[in-house]
Every structure is written in structure tokens, then in C-alpha cells.
Design a binder for this molecule. Structure first.
Ligand SMILES: Nc1nc2c(ncn2[C@@H]2O[C@H](COP(=O)(O)OP(=O)(O)OP(=O)(O)O)[C@@H](O)[C@H]2O)c(=O)[nH]1
Length: 623
């Protein structure tokens, strides 16, 4: 119900109440007034009758009293006037006129107790007021009643009954009440009309503000309220319009900026405010995600965290993260949440020919949600899914101007639209993730290059320094030996001097290749110095170590290094020491291997020498 209606209803009810009260009060007042004024009239008339009868008695015309009483009834509204004698008067003067003896019940009681009685009756619709007043004998009056009447002081001599018609009075009263009620009704109607005029703008403005708020809740702040008055209500309308205009402009600006950041245009039918809130939430979550992954140590942690996010927040459980390696290769970093999982959703060909990956080749997202079949490399596992085939969406992540990673999302055709809606939100995360991934990648590359010898690709001395603690801890825990083989090319300086530095490099790289091939995966090979290589063999005894060293020596001796214009043969000398047999410390054992190498050189080169303590004593001054 509108405010206007409520107000009208309320005023209407108040009006009915007021009119009813007024009517009631008028009727009660009329009745009281009628009784009071009629009582006075009856008493006056009774006194006139008494005076007249007394005068008639004195002047001796008491016989004419009948005419007097009849003439009295000619007075307007005086219906009846009669006198009755008390038994005392009857005893003294006889019964009198016939009608003076006929006493009704009221008159009999008045004659008996001397108390006047009044009553208001209704006689066939006519209101009649009747009063019966006793005549009391008294010696105090003029004339003295007791002079003529042989009765005692205070005795009841008779009673007079007067009946007045109140019909005319009633008509006047009703007319007056009707006039008053009409006047009051008119005033109330005018009051209701006035109130409606006042309330009207309040109701209209409230309704308009209500509609405006409903539109605003749907994200539409274009609505305005019509300002109907210049009073407080008009002010409310004007201020509401200002507020909504401010919100509209603010939302438009926020929406525009957020849209730029998201690259997502809000759709016509969606709640603009809700869409903007969602986008701001997305941006804030992505910024928080970025802050978190910046503190992650490795790319693997980042991929793991992003995979978790895809599953938990976006409901995507099938995905692949690939990373480019060199110009041609892609490596699967995580598949369906499994770090290092194998290529599952694409033709494995993309791993060795990365250009067969459309996202990697083009550097643009590949939307297989809207265009199924756009990429031939996509290999959905079709088994049992013909009714709900799979779709994919691939994002390239640009790092240093080229595609550094490819993120592939896979979903069912039924869920394709839902994923499509989430793509802009996922893209924000990817945008935040790209520079962090790149930074981590650079850090890892830098770290790797710091531990690697660029020319031979072998680990360098720094790597050994970092790795040695792990190596020794493992050996102690497993209670195994380590054999240290210090390998040095013989007369290498001559190669440089004779053929030049480039040929020297070629020989060093060739030697690194021979050593790599001769060793097991668990063995450690380090380019220790210029033409010096250290091999750490694990879980081996002295004979085994010497056998490996001899094998290496022979391999090198029999190898022909290809150089410009022919081949070159070189030999190596190898010193062997065992940890912990020769020393309790790794670095001392290394020194002993070097001592043995020195001895091998001394003894003519192209040989393997096992360290013995006497070598250390003999050469103590040298070392
Ligand atoms: N081409 C090239 N030469 C290097 C490299 N590192 C060290 N050398 C050279 O290796 C040679 C080592 O020579 P020396 O230590 O005198 O020993 P050697 O000539 O091998 O003789 P012996 O070890 O006594 O058999 C030096 O001429 C260095 O310049 C490198 O990376 N490339």
C-alpha cells in the first residue's frame, strides 16, 4: 500500500472516529440539556398552577380551575397539565373533579412520599418529558396553607403533573448536530485533501528512490528521481540524484580502468557493478598471487601453485604447462597438477618441434573452446567422451619478447562456456606470473652458468665446492668410498703453442666428451682447472678406481682428436686417491690425488698413479 493511501486511510479512520464522538457527545449533551431545561420548565409551570389554584381559592373561583388547566395545554409543546388531590384534601373538601381523583402510579408515589419525579419517555416516536411535583402544606408561605387545610406542616396536599413534548427541541438539536457534522466532515475532507497534496510528493519521491535503488542493485546507475518540490523532499531527490550521478561516473571510471587491465568487456545484460567488483577481486587476488610467487624459490613451485589455483579457484583439472627450451624444444613442466608429468593433451611432437604448437608458433592465444579443431596438435583423449568431447584453450606466456611458456587448459564441451567466462580472470594471473617466471628462469640460468664450465659444459670447481658437503654426507651415511681421479693432459701447452688456442679448446672439449662417456651417471665429473679434470667415483675400492683410471687413460691414448687438417693424439696422466682411506677430509684426499698426478708426470706421463703416503712425505716441502 502506498504512503498516500495509508495516509488517506488513517485520516479517514480518524475522521470517522471524530464524527462518531461528536455525534455521541451531541446526543448526550442534548439529552442532558433537554432534561435540565424541561425540569426547570415543569417546575415553573407547577409553581404557576399552584399560585393560580391558591389565588382561585382565595378569590372563590376555585370551581373554574378546570378551564385554567385546559387553557394551559394550549401553550406550545405543553401536552398535558393536571392536578390530583391527596387523601387529606379529599377527606376535608371531598373528591373534587373526577380527573383530580385519578392518580396514576407515579402520582400515587409522589403523593405518598412528597418527592417530585421526572422522566423522559418516548410516545410513538415523540420524546415526552413528564414531571410530577407535590404540593406540600406549609405555614410559612403566603397565604398560610394551614389556615384552610386541616393538615400538619409538611403534609402532601396534592400533586401537579406536567407533560412537555420535546419533538421540536429534538428536531432543532438534530438539525444543529447535522450542521456541525457536515461542517466537521467538510473540514476533515479538506484536511485529507491537503494532507494528500503534502504527502503526494513524499510518496512519489519515495517510490522513485525505491525504483532507483532497484536499478542500482542491478548495477545500473543511470536512473534519476524527479524533483517535485523545493522543500526537504525535493532536497532528498536532488541529493539522491547527485549521489547516483557520482556513483555512475565513479563506476564508469573504475569499470573502464579495470576493463583495460582485464581486457574484458562487461556484457550488456550483466550487472555492471557486480562485474566490476568481480574484476577488482580478480585483480586483487592476482596481485596477491604475484606477491606469493615472488617469494617462491623455484619455477616448479610457481607452476605447482598455479596448478592448484586452477583446480581450486577455477575448477580446471586438466591442464599442461610447457616451457620452451632452446628454439625447438618444449618441456612439460606440469600436467594435470603433476609436476614433471608427461605430455598428455598434445601430440608429443610439440616437444621436439615446438613450432607444431600453435600457441608457441604464433605467440597468440589458441581458442579451441570457440573453435574446436583449430590446433591439430591437440589430442583429446577421446575414449568414452564422444558425447561430451574435450576442448582446449592455450595461452602463450611471452618472456623476453618470445614465447617462454605455454599454458594449456582442457575442459569438456559442456563446460566450455563456463571456462570461456573465466579466461579473462585466468589471463590476469598469467600476466602477473609471466615476469616472475622470467625472473626465476633468469636466476636459474645464471646460477646454472655460474656452476658450469661454458666451454665443455661440465660442472666447474665452484659446483664442487657447493656439492662436496652433500657428496661426503651421502658417502658417510652409506658408508662407501669415494675415489678421486685427477686427470691432466700431457704436454698440453705444446698443443696451444703448435696449433693455436682454438685447437687446444677442441682437444679439451674432446677430452671432456671421452670422460663423460667413460663414467656412470652417479659419478661426478668436474673441470677443475685449465686442462685438469677431477672425477669422483662413488662406491668403489682402490682396484676398481685404478681400473677406471686405466680405462680412461687408454681411451684417451687411443683417441684421435680431429683438428683442422688431420688428427692429433694425446695422453693423460691420472693421480688416484681414496676417501676416507687416504684422508678423513675430502680436500686433503684431493690434494693427495694431485700429489699422485704429480708423481705420474714425474714418472714419464701417460700413466695412472695410486697415491701412497710416502709421496706426501717426499713432497711435503713442495705442497
Ligand atoms: N686452449 C686452451 N688452453 C688452456 C686452457 N686452460 C689452460 N690452458 C693451457 O694449458 C696449458 C697447461 O700447461 P702446463 O700447465 O704447463 O702443462 P702441460 O703443458 O700440459 O704439461 P704437463 O702438464 O706437465 O704435461 C697452458 O698453456 C694453458 O694456457 C683452455 O681453456 N684452453
Amino acid at each position: 500500500m502506498t504512503l498516500n493511501r495509508k495516509m488517506t486511510l488513517l485520516l479517514g479512520l480518524v475522521a470517522i472516529g471524530v464524527l462518531a464522538m461528536l455525534l455521541l457527545i451531541s446526543l448526550v449533551a442534548f439529552r442532558s440539556f433537554s432534561i435540565l431545561s424541561s425540569t426547570a420548565h415543569v417546575q415553573t409551570a407547577a409553581e404557576i398552577v399552584r399560585v393560580h389554584l391558591t389565588e382561585a381559592m382565595i378569590t372563590g373561583v376555585i370551581d373554574k380551575r378546570e378551564q385554567f388547566l385546559e387553557r394551559l395545554t394550549e401553550i406550545r409543546d405543553l401536552r398535558d397539565a393536571r392536578v390530583v388531590r391527596s387523601p387529606l384534601v379529599v377527606d376535608q373538601f371531598g373528591v373534587g373533579l373526577a380527573r383530580e381523583m385519578v392518580a396514576d402510579e407515579i402520582e400515587r408515589r409522589v403523593l405518598a412520599d412528597g418527592q417530585p419525579r421526572f422522566e423522559l419517555t418516548d410516545e410513538r416516536g415523540e420524546p415526552v418529558f413528564r414531571g410530577t411535583i407535590p404540593y406540600i402544606a406549609t405555614a410559612l408561605g403566603t397565604p398560610n396553607c394551614l389556615q384552610c387545610h386541616h393538615v400538619e406542616e409538611g403534609a402532601v396536599l396534592g400533586a401537579v403533573t406536567i407533560e412537555l413534548s420535546l419533538a421540536a427541541l429534538q428536531r432543532q438539536a438534530i438539525a444543529a448536530v447535522i450542521v456541525v457534522l457536515l461542517a466537521v466532515t467538510l473540514i476533515i475532507l479538506l484536511a485529507i485533501l491537503g494532507a494528500r497534496r503534502l504527502i503526494g510528493p513524499i510518496g512519489d519521491t519515495a517510490g522513485a528512490i525505491g525504483a532507483l535503488v532497484q536499478r542500482a542493485l542491478r548495477g545500473d546507475f543511470k536512473g534519476r528521481v524527479t524533483q517535485r518540490t523545493q522543500d526537504e523532499i525535493g532536497q532528498i531527490a536532488a541529493h539522491t540524484n547527485q549521489l547516483v550521478a557520482f556513483l555512475d561516473q565513479g563506476l564508469a571510471r573504475i569499470s573502464e580502468r579495470v576493463t583495460q587491465l582485464m581486457g574484458r568487456l562487461p556484457q550488456q545484460d550483466e550487472n555492471q557493478l557486480q562485474a566490476t567488483i568481480d574484476m577488482v577481486d580478480g585483480l586483487a587476488d592476482a596481485a596477491r598471487f604475484k606477491a606469493t610467487i615472488e617469494e617462491d624459490e623455484t619455477k616448479t613451485e610457481i607452476y605447482d601453485r598455479f596448478g592448484q589455483l586452477l583446480m581450486d579457484d577455477f575448477g580446471v583439472h586438466r591442464f599442461s604447462f610447457y616451457e620452451t627450451q632452446g628454439p625447438k624444444r618444449l618441456i612439460p613442466m606440469a600436467v594435470d597438477g603433476e609436476i614433471g608429468g608427461s605430455c598428455h593433451w598434445c601430440d608429443p611432437q610439440i616437444l621436439v618441434r615446438s613450432d607444431t604448437c600453435r600457441a608457441k608458433r604464433s605467440g597468440h592465444p589458441v581458442d579451441g573452446l570457440r573453435q574446436p579443431g583449430i590446433c591439430y596438435a591437440f589430442r583429446p583423449d577421446e575414449a568414452g567422451r564422444s558425447s561430451d568431447p574435450l576442448r582446449h584453450y592455450c595461452f602463450p606466456i611471452i618472456q623476453s619478447g618470445a614465447v617462454g611458456s605455454v599454458i594449456q587448459l582442457v575442459t569438456t564441451a559442456a563446460d566450455a562456456d563456463a571456462l570461456q567466462d573465466r579466461i579473462p580472470y585466468i589471463q590476469i594471473y598469467l600476466r602477473e606470473m609471466a615476469p616472475v617466471l622470467e625472473a626465476k628462469r633468469l636466476t636459474e640460468t645464471l646460477r646454472e652458468s655460474a656452476l658450469r664450465d661454458a666451454m665443455t659444459g661440465l660442472n666447474n670447481r665452484r659446483f664442487l665446492e657447493e656439492y662436496v658437503d652433500t657428496l661426503i654426507a651421502g658417502a658417510r651415511r652409506r658408508n662407501i668410498r669415494l675415489a678421486l681421479l685427477m686427470v691432466d693432459l700431457d704436454y698440453f701447452k705444446m698443443v696451444n703453442d703448435t696449433y693455436g688456442h682454438d685447437i687446444g679448446d677442441t682437444v679439451l672439449k674432446g677430452l671432456a666428451g671421452i670422460l663423460k662417456q667413460a663414467l656412470r651417471a652417479s659419478d661426478v665429473l668436474v673441470r677443475f682447472g685449465g686442462e685438469e679434470f677431477l672425477i669422483v667415483l662413488q662406491e668403489i675400492d682402490a682396484d676398481g678406481a685404478l681400473a677406471v683410471a686405466e680405462k680412461i687413460r687408454a681411451l684417451v691414448a687411443n683417441h684421435r682428436f680431429r683438428i683442422a687438417g688431420g688428427t692429433l693424439q694425446k695422453t693423460v696422466s691420472i693421480g688416484v686417491a681414496l676417501f676416507p682411506d687416504d684422508s678423513e677430509t675430502f680436500w686433503q684426499t684431493l690434494k693427495y690425488a694431485d700429489v699422485a698426478l704429480y708423481r705420474a708426470k714425474e714418472d714419464g706421463r701417460d700413466r695412472v698413479v695410486r697415491f701412497t703416503p710416502d709421496m706426501w712425505e717426499a713432497g711435503a716441502d713442495i705442497y
